[in-house]
Design a protein around this ligand. Structure first.
Ligand SMILES: [Zn+2]
Length: 144
């Protein structure tokens, strides 16, 4: 009996009408985020109303894609079947990035050895095509 092989994939984001502009922006090479027109707060993850003042007057704005690492962790082991798709990437870095415009954003740091990543490291966004119709914003060491 032939052994059945299944392709192991990473989980991808669910695209909804609320978050569609974020993913469309990523596909176009732009880091987009909602901003409240009433109180000026950046809003992420995408939602129908501002998390600070509950206003529904949100607009999409493009960020520079530049920032500094606030904190990070190095993932060295995959635990559980649901995350098996990440095993080929080990070790990899997941980080909180303080974007120059103010909001804090969670992503991966790529394009650099994991032992070179440090807090306050300047980083810039890069866009990675998942091959599954979704482009993921990730960050690398800033080039300038
Ligand atoms: Zn607001």
């Amino acid at each position: 009996m032939a052994e059945e092989t299944k392709e192991i994939r990473k989980p991808l984001p669910e695209i909804t009408p609320i978050n569609q502009p974020f993913w469309d922006g990523a596909k176009a090479g732009k880091l987009m985020m909602q901003k409240c027109k009433d109180c000026g707060t950046w809003v992420f993850c995408p939602r129908p109303v501002c998390g600070d003042c509950a206003s529904d007057k949100l607009e999409w704005a493009q960020l520079s894609g530049r920032g500094k690492i606030f904190s990070f962790t190095v993932i060295r082991e995959v635990v559980g079947q649901a995350l098996r798709g990440f095993a080929p990437d080990i070790p990899y870095v997941t980080a909180w990035i303080d974007l120059d415009e103010g909001p804090r954003f969670c992503s991966n740091i790529i394009g650099c050895a994991v032992d070179k990543v440090h807090i306050d490291m300047p980083v810039e966004v890069v866009f990675e095509d998942s091959g599954e119709g979704v482009t993921l914003p990730k960050f690398r060491p800033a080039t300038s």
